[in-house]
Write a protein that binds this ligand. Structure first.
Ligand code: GDP
Length: 433
């Protein structure tokens, strides 16, 4: 959801305006120096379009715990928001503080909407239009207290706010789900593919413009059509001589990149190898959904199972979130568990949490487990939002760098609370310094 930041000096009427935009009276408290609001982003909508309003006044404390000055507010707003709503007081006119903000906003690459508040009469409206000369475009005269002009203002805001990004972010959206079956030679990839495809192979689809002849197959199972990426690479019976491993790995990387979800096939009889871990790393780095299939389960006895469990604990800690299934591709045992696992992973991959829910979560988390103090300083998380799905990516605005351990803690908590089964999660931190 796009973010609109509201910037302005204390007392220009930001709170009143934000209340007007979100359609609630009780939510936002008045600007008071030194008062940090506990809840920063508000969900809003206008003409059926949702967006998030962040009132930057009063919630960003400086070193002394006072509300950040307005120029610093503007800098934060420009960084975090998709558009900035700059509020001035028409009855006061432009002050030096406002001028400082204008300088920052003019240079910003984000759209800015200028609004003059407290325009309660005709004469003030004429004054408001003199704000054209600030070089921030058309000034919108409003009276936040009475609601005058706020409709036109919101129309202007929506015109510059970006549409929410599509689910798969422009990469071959829609169509059958794209699956890459990956793993070392002889673990049973083509056996699995054959079992899944059965007699239902529909189309062999050559993808033009590629060098290594990747061929995708459209296959129907579980009542749906799926696209298997580069099945030629899976079926080709290359007894990989040394030196070819590089190409095999390149081919695997390409398949993962083109896929939405990867099935990593492991031979349950064999130890988890470095090559397997490398593939897992590719999946995480490329941000794809993942399930892990332990194949040749018919050969696993109790003793092997014991050692396998130890190995999983040791080697697969980085991907504890991935659904694991034990299968026997040769006979088709447990093959019916593949579709539910794929569905679960893809659902986690595309999960979106609203900005309000996410910040509620952050608030509780910080309260229970504040970030440790480092060198006399304690970085604070000011605000966060999920910036994309598939894979889920979160951005946190903080007052300083976070410990790697604390970031992992946030991820663990996110998974406990919202699931995110089968998908890597990325957390980006933007520290205000
Ligand atoms: P790929 O190189 O990963 O595509 O592996 P293949 O599907 O060609 O299988 C390699 C070998 O393992 C073949 O001899 C298969 O018959 C055998 N195999 C595959 N799946 C199973 C299984 O579930 N159990 C057993 N015992 N053997 C299997």
């Amino acid at each position: 959801v796009p973010v609109l930041a509201v910037v302005g000096r204390p007392n220009v009427g930001k709170s009143t305006l934000v209340n007007r935009i979100i359609g609630r009276r009780e939510a936002v408290v008045e600007d008071r120096p030194g008062v940090t609001r506990d809840r920063v982003p508000y969900d809003a909508s206008w003409n059926g379009r949702a967006f998030t309003v962040v009132d930057t006044g009063g919630w960003i404390p400086d070193a002394e715990g006072l509300a950040l000055n307005i120029a610093a507010q503007a800098e934060v707003a420009v960084k975090l928001a998709d558009a900035v709503l700059f509020v001035v007081d028409a009855t006061v006119g432009i002050t030096d503080d406002d001028e400082a903000v204008v300088k920052i906003l003019r240079k910003a690459k984000k759209p800015v909407i200028l609004t003059a508040n407290k325009v309660d009469n005709q004469q003030l409206e004429a004054e408001a239009y003199s704000l054209w000369n600030l070089g921030l475009g058309e000034p919108y005269p409003i009276s936040a207290a009475h609601g005058r002009g706020t409709g036109d203002l919101l129309d202007a805001v929506l015109a510059v706010l970006p549409e929410p990004p599509p689910m798969a972010e422009g990469k071959e959206i829609g169509g059958p789900r794209r699956i890459a079956i990956v793993g070392r030679p002889n673990v049973g990839k083509s056996s699995l593919l054959n079992k899944l495809a059965g007699e239902n192979r529909v189309v062999v689809d050559n993808v033009a413009g590629t060098t290594v002849d990747p061929v995708d197959e459209l296959v129907e199972f579980g009542g749906r059509e799926w696209r298997f990426i580069d099945t030629a690479g899976i079926r080709k019976r290359v007894k990989e001589a040394s030196g070819h491993e590089y190409y095999a790995s390149l081919r695997t990387a390409t398949a993962i990149e083109r896929a939405e979800v990867a099935i990593l096939v492991l031979d349950a009889e064999q130890n988890i190898a470095e090559q397997d871990v490398r593939i897992l790393q590719m999946v995480r780095e490329m941000g794809k959904a993942l399930i892990i299939a332990f194949n040749k389960w018919d050969l696993v006895d109790e003793e092997r199972r014991y050692y396998l469990d130890r190995e999983i604990e040791r080697e697969l800690v980085q991907v504890q979130w991935a659904p694991r299934i034990n299968i026997t591709a040769r006979t088709g045992w447990h093959i019916d568990r593949i579709v539910p696992a794929l569905d679960k992973a893809l659902e986690g991959w595309e999960t979106r949490i609203s900005t309000g829910t996410f910040n509620g979560f952050l608030g509780r988390l910080v309260q229970e487990h504040p970030h440790p103090v480092r060198g006399g300083k304690q970085p604070r998380i000011l605000f966060g939002s999920q910036v994309s799905v598939a894979h889920p990516t979160f951005k946190l605005f903080t007052t300083g760098k976070l410990d790697a351990g604390y970031e992992r803690f946030i991820e663990r908590r996110l998974r406990e609370e919202f699931g995110f089964v089968g998908t890597p999660i990325e957390i980006k931190v933007q520290a205000r310094e």
